[in-house]
Design a binder for this molecule. Structure first.
Ligand code: SAM
Length: 460
């Protein structure tokens, strides 16, 4: 499908004839394929045999371009959460935060599904930190939660609600990211359908929605905290225009963030809109899809928070009894750093550093997943949740480990049962290339595949 005529006119008008034409031509060229590694599961692309690395994404630690596009669903390491298939330009949000001490910080990712940036923030904040990943669309929020489980750090809470539901969490976050729903012009190359959905009217609708989301997001940012606004579109109305409209009501509470340096060879066009530093990724200049990002700070001194103890008014969270806590403690490498709770019939592990925060959050917004789902306890034994297999803090000493080849791994991911001869009696952790994929239970000659139905790969 050809590019929309009105879009071409818009780009020629906004960028000038030569730049606009170069951009439109680039949108008809092939997209680079890139991934970002999970540093807790893979240190270098060479550790992942299905990926043919073809160079670093210069602005992203752990970001690699691939020489060819593999069939990701065939790769066990993809299912083990060893990397995330993430477009190179959008990995730039990690570079923006590169100069900030992120360990232990609290991040709100307001528009988070499917989770590319959420997983990146989770790697930055570490076990002492917390990422609250929100997605308004429940179906997409479930996909986000699956990606969070696979990433396996146990430091993310996934919510599914409207941005205005965060009003109770005023000045609660150190970093707030709004990766806004937009008209998607930057996706015209990767996703032809985006061309058909584009219209001038939709650009206006998106711009109005972005204004609303930013208003809500802003309240949740603490003084001295960092706001990152981004879109995958090129037009002024949704990029610089949205920032200008925000400055009309917020400029007296804002200041510039520390200068983010870029190398001219990266081809990123950096600018300023008031206190915001801005970054445009045009596919004819930078090696990635169309992307726009901006950063600024909320003015004021950082006041350390005094966490209010939660009263658990909604009664969703129950403590686990001592005996169950003992059972759960055996399954993790650092039980002293975790708090165990029960939500519904499932036990969860939260890192202590953020446990009060997750409890408080759960009272205020609909949280659909948090920390690491450990599983259910029956008769003093844990039936582990699939998420626990992916958790980087899993104690492998608590379980029999069955290392399988690629064929068996794919069969397992289809929820077929691996051969009984590979397994010990009881719960087994299925690993391929040393990376965990999930659990099975063997009872004599019978095998029960515990891989979550929601993750099951049908066409493999
Ligand atoms: N940050 C994601 C990532 O890196 O994988 C991509 C987010 S995508 C650009 C924007 C998301 O905003 C979509 O998932 C969309 O469902 C969500 N969204 C749509 N309308 C919204 C609204 N009114 N408020 C908040 N989010 C909304």
């Amino acid at each position: 499908m050809a590019l929309p005529e009105k879009f071409i006119e818009q780009m020629l008008r906004e960028l000038g004839g030569k730049e606009g034409r170069a951009l439109c031509e680039a949108l008809d060229s092939p997209s680079p394929v890139s991934v970002r590694l999970n540093p807790a599961k893979a240190a270098a692309v060479e550790e992942l045999p299905d990926l043919k690395g073809a160079g670093y994404v210069e602005w992203s630690r752990g970001g690699y371009y691939l020489g060819e596009r593999p069939v990701f669903t065939l790769d066990p390491d993809f299912h083990a959460g060893a990397y995330y298939v993430q477009e190179a330009s959008s990995q730039f949000v990690g570079h923006i935060l590169g100069g900030v001490e992120m360990e232990g910080r609290r991040v709100l990712d307001m528009c988070a599904a499917p989770g590319g940036k959420t997983t990146l923030y989770a790697s930055l904040v570490g076990e002492e930190g917390l990422v609250v990943a929100n997605e308004i669309d429940r179906r997409r929020a479930n996909v986000l939660a699956d990606n969070v489980r696979k990433w396996g750090l146990g430091n993310v809470a996934v919510c599914s609600t409207r941005p205005d539901r965060f009003r109770d969490l005023e000045e609660w976050f150190d970093v707030v990211a709004v990766d806004a729903p937009c008209s998607g012009e930057g996706m015209f190359r990767k996703d032809e359908a985006a061309r058909g959905e584009w219209s001038e009217n939709n650009v206006k609708i998106c711009a109005a929605r972005q204004d609303e989301i930013l208003r809500e997001a802003w309240r949740t940012l603490r003084p001295g905290g960092v706001l990152i606004y981004s879109t995958c579109t090129f037009n002024r109305l949704e990029d610089e225009g949205t920032l200008e409209r925000m400055l009309e009501w917020a400029s007296d509470q804002m200041e510039a963030f520390d200068e983010v340096r870029t190398d001219p060879r990266w081809g990123i066009v950096s600018g300023r809109v008031g206190v915001f530093q801005t970054f445009h990724f045009y596919p004819h200049r930078a090696c990635g899809e169309g992307f726009f990002a901006a950063v600024a700070r909320k003015s004021g001194e950082f006041r350390p928070r005094r966490e209010r103890k939660t009263k658990n008014e909604r009664g969703v969270i129950a403590p686990v009894d001592r005996k169950s806590a003992g059972v759960l403690a055996e399954w993790v490498t650092e039980p002293e750093r975790m708090r165990f709770v029960t939500i519904g019939d499932t036990c969860y592990g939260w890192f202590r550093a953020q446990a009060d925060a997750v409890a408080m959050l759960s009272e205020r917004v609909p949280v659909i997943y948090s920390g690491v789902a450990m599983g259910q306890i029956f008769k003093g034994r844990l039936k582990p949740d699939g998420a626990l297999a992916f958790f980087v803090g899993l104690n492998r000493g608590a379980v029999s480990v069955a290392e399988v080849g690629e064929q068996e791994a794919r069969a397992f991911l289809r929820r077929q049962d691996p051969g009984v001869e590979l397994l010990q009696e009881g719960i087994n952790l299925i690993c391929c290339r040393g990376r965990a994929l999930g659990f099975v239970k063997r009872i004599g000659a019978r095998v029960n595949n515990l891989y979550p139905e929601s993750l099951r790969i049908v066409n493999l």
